[in-house]
Design a protein around this ligand. Structure first.
Ligand SMILES: [Zn+2]
Ligand SMILES: [Zn+2]
Length: 380
């Protein structure tokens, strides 16, 4: 509550003095388009947030409010307009923004597409191709649901999780944290445990953890219909309706944890699968969880993508168009102290004011400059 009060006060002061736009200009966002990223779009945020990860969610109503605000202050463009403009270095003479949705959840078709069509807003969807048309869950959703169930079934969640990992011969992937007792507080609840495991383990080890958790506390993937992915028919319809379809890998593996061959498989084969189904060249890619390093960016280039999107400020100086920053928003991103949508906070989000507080903890491997473009927000 205190944090939200401080955020509201700061946002109002900056907005009414015009300092938010000044900070945006200093951040470089005057010359960079604003690219926003969303994940799931739901009918009832409060009900969904009880069961699923809140930062992945936005209600249709809040999405409309945010998009209306953006539409009043920016010209909304498609990634197919934005990318080539960045490529040829033509400056933007007005503020422009693009809207994207990650992960390919079915609810983007159900709740975002009708809204985008009604308002004539261009947007892009980054899909996980192996999940399309299946009832399988995203690995992070499955891990989170299993951990939530396990933590409520176990007497001491962190200790039991350490036992399970020890049995699998897997160490908690926390850098510089060799003492399991010390590391336990980092997996104190299902969400933080999911983040530690999901961002630290390669997919093959993650699958073993998921399998072991399933053996202890099973879940029926088919019963979580609201977490299911789009079907190919839905993807085609979104494409026909004018949405840009990009790849978000085959399985949502985090590229920095994987071998070069696996990264090439994830990026190249998902691109080919989409091109085959949609009969078009696939030019756009979004890094799962916004995670990338030098090696991953090189492979994304080899896989034939022209444009790729991250979730932090950092650019690869070799491939600036394959490290285009995005800002991720969700239901609570623009709420004031009273829990209502706030225009000053939205303005601060759009102009990158909160980027000052959102530190990127990724190791991208090259000397980086944090002041070239907007970014920040939760991962995904
Ligand atoms: Zn994702
Ligand atoms: Zn970064």
């Amino acid at each position: 509550m205190l944090r939200r009060l401080a955020k509201t006060g700061l946002a109002c002061a900056l907005h009414w003095t015009g300092a938010d736009k000044l900070i945006g200009a200093l951040n470089g966002s005057r010359h960079m388009p604003l690219v926003l990223g969303y994940h799931r779009v739901v009918e009832d945020y409060t009900a969904c947030a009880r069961q699923y990860m809140p930062a992945m969610l936005i209600s249709r109503r809040m999405l409309e409010r945010q998009l209306d605000w953006i539409g009043r202050h920016f010209r909304l463009v498609s990634l197919d307009e934005l990318g080539p403009r960045l490529e040829c270095g033509a400056p933007f003479h007005e503020p422009v923004a693009a809207i994207t949705f990650d992960d390919g959840y079915r609810d983007v078709y159900d709740h975002a597409l009708p809204l985008l069509k009604r308002k004539g807003i261009p947007a892009a969807a980054f899909v996980v191709t192996d999940l399309i048309g299946t009832s399988r869950l995203q690995s992070y959703d499955k891990l989170y649901l299993l951990l939530a169930r396990a933590f409520s079934a176990w007497r001491a969640g962190p200790r039991e999780l350490a036992r399970l990992l020890h049995g699998l011969g897997i160490r908690l992937p926390v850098r510089g944290m060799n003492d399991v007792k010390q590391a336990r507080h980092l997996v104190a609840d299902p969400y933080t445990a999911m983040r530690v495991l999901f961002t630290g383990l390669p997919q093959i080890e993650l699958d073993r953890v998921i399998e072991a958790l399933e053996a202890e506390v099973g879940i029926d993937e088919g019963s979580f219909k609201d977490l299911h992915a789009l079907t190919w028919e839905m993807v085609s319809e979104m494409h026909r309706a004018g949405m840009t379809i990009g790849s978000h890998t085959r399985t949502h593996a985090l590229l920095h944890n994987e071998s070069r061959d696996r990264v090439l498989d994830e990026t190249g084969n998902s691109r080919q699968a989409l091109a085959r189904r949609l009969g078009t060249r696939i030019q756009h890619f979004a890094y799962p969880d916004g995670r990338f390093d030098t090696a991953a960016v090189s492979v994304v280039a080899d896989a034939g993508y022209r444009f790729a999107y991250t979730t932090c400020l950092h650019r690869d100086p070799r491939y600036p168009l394959l490290t285009i920053p995005r800002r991720l928003l969700w239901e609570n991103s623009c709420l004031n102290a009273l829990g209502r949508f706030s225009s000053p906070i939205m303005s601060c989000q759009a102009h990158g004011v909160f980027d000052v507080f959102a530190r990127c903890r990724q190791d991208h491997w090259w000397p980086v400059s944090a002041s070239v473009a907007p970014g920040g927000g939760p991962g995904g």
